[in-house]
Design a protein around this ligand. Structure first.
Ligand code: UGA
Length: 441
């Protein structure tokens, strides 16, 4: 099939490469000329394991090309995927103006009947709105073609985006006609034949809701275990063991029960707010989601509190942050708990320095005031305390000896529960983690 992907960010570019891998002919379009230029040169503009290799394969085979002109990008399109950003607005809802613009662009340049598929994370009802925009535009321009709107939410995780896309837990699409459903079947037929993943075929609004509810539920699990961690600290229990014990119940499962500094990234913080906002708009106060967000923010406050417990006030204290990315395997800093913590520490008068194996160039752009270190031992040297913010392997591998050798005071706040508390405490580290044994016990 001829597929056009509009917006070549994390979701768009990985999806475009996967479609091409499944044998479709794909054109990627974006209005960011710098990104397109790198892609036209065959280079991924962000880091994602396996992506460059996949791009080499499909660009090399001539199945994925890029076009900066929207009319050119749409010349052969039978299916158009909308993968543009939906950044949060100050009121909590997402900014959907980019999605609307794509609707108008497609109405203007459609070369034939086609299906326009929302893949960006959008609130329920966006499909209906998009249809309205397209109907108005096609009427105004007297476009002879029928453009149908479908929803095909994406569930890939950053850091595992290629794997998640090529071997998804499920494929979900919502359509409003048999013909649009058949087009979506055609897009995913090679994947289903190869991988055998389950497919959920539904209406547009239900598909949109599946995405909202899935992300909100995962965020809720994380906040739930973080709240449990707070109680564990107060009663001397160990949240890792509590989570393990809970997870053996197959109705609960083990995943997304890792207590720590909380969730970040471009999805959970934004999506929890957006879902609460949407529910409020349609007359339901989804207070549970407000609590999920508050617990998440509270985890950072609890790290600050532990530091103050050890260091009294933070003015002039040097704090070493281990990890900047919102999770390992990515250089993405959006809503990173580490950077929020850096801001809080700075506001409290601390001098903040940071290490990350891949995200330092982005730190330089977004938080230029942060002192950046490419070497963990150098970062630790002379700092008054270290905080583990991201569970990268090289951070997990730091031993008590290294902390003791380099830190000015041997204080470690393990915001991701990566170290063994007993080993750290027995070695003489003033060790605190999230919901597990700490040095004062
Ligand atoms: C998330 C979802 O997992 C994907 O299914 C979804 O497609 C994506 O959002 C999206 O909507 O685009 P992602 O944001 O890439 O994916 O990252 P996750 O692996 O889900 O991690 C999110 C955050 O939660 C990270 O900061 C991570 O450190 C934190 N986390 C995760 C915890 O604190 N505890 C856990 O047990 C799991």
């Amino acid at each position: 099939m001829n597929i056009t992907v509009i917006g070549v960010g994390h979701v768009g570019l990985v999806s475009a490469a996967a479609f091409a891998r499944w044998g479709h002919q794909v054109v990627g379009h974006d209005d960011d000329a710098a990104k397109l230029e790198r892609l036209q040169g065959g280079e991924a503009w962000f880091y994602e394991p396996g992506l460059q290799e996949l791009l080499d394969e499909v660009i090399g085979a001539g199945r994925l090309t890029f076009a900066s002109d929207p009319a050119e990008a749409l010349t052969d399109a039978e299916v158009v995927f909308v993968c543009v950003g939906t950044p949060p607005l100050p009121g909590g809802g997402p900014d959907l103006s980019y999605v609307e613009t794509v609707g108008r662009t497609v109405a203007t340049h459609a070369p034939r009947d086609l299906v326009l598929v929302e893949k960006s994370t959008v609130p329920a009802n966006t499909g209906r709105r998009l249809e309205q925009v397209i109907d108005r535009e096609t009427a105004r321009l007297a476009t002879p073609y029928r453009i149908q709107v479908a929803s095909n939410p994406e569930f890939l995780k950053e850091g595992a985006a290629v794997l998640d896309t090529l071997h998804p837990d499920r494929v979900v699409y919502g359509t409003s006609s048999d013909s649009a459903r058949d087009v979506m079947r055609g897009v995913y037929a090679p994947l289903v034949a190869e991988d055998g993943c389950p497919v959920v075929e539904t209406d547009v609004a239900s598909a949109e809701l599946i995405k909202h509810a899935s992300n909100a539920f995962l965020a809720t699990r994380i906040s739930f275990i973080n709240a449990v961690a707070q109680v564990c600290e107060r009663v001397g229990a160990d949240v890792s063991v509590v989570a393990e014990g809970m997870g053996h119940d197959i109705r609960i499962g083990h995943r997304f029960l890792q207590a720590g500094l909380g969730y970040g990234g471009s999805c959970f913080p934004k999506d929890v707010d957006a879902f609460a906002h949407l529910a409020g708009q349609v007359g339901y106060e989804f207070g549970l989601l407000d609590e999920v967000r508050d617990i998440n923010v509270g985890q950072r406050a609890s790290v600050l509190h532990k530091l103050e417990g050890e260091l009294w006030h933070l003015t002039g204290k040097s704090i070493a942050l281990l990890g900047a990315a919102f999770k390992p395997g990515t250089d993405d800093l959006r809503e990173s708990p580490a950077l929020h913590l850096a801001d809080d520490l700075r506001a409290a008068g601390a001098e903040v320095r940071i290490y990350d194996p891949v995200a330092l160039p982005n730190v330089a752009e977004e938080h230029p005031w942060l002192a950046r270190y490419e070497d963990i031992d150098e970062l630790l040297t002379g700092a008054h305390a270290a905080v583990v913010c991201t569970d990268w392997d090289e951070i997990k591998a730091i031993t008590s000896d290294r902390y003791l050798k380099h830190l000015a005071y041997p204080i470690v706040i393990d915001g991701r529960n990566v170290h063994d508390p007993t080993a750290m405490i027995d070695a003489g580290v003033r060790y605190h983690s999230m919901g597990r044994r700490s040095v004062n016990d």
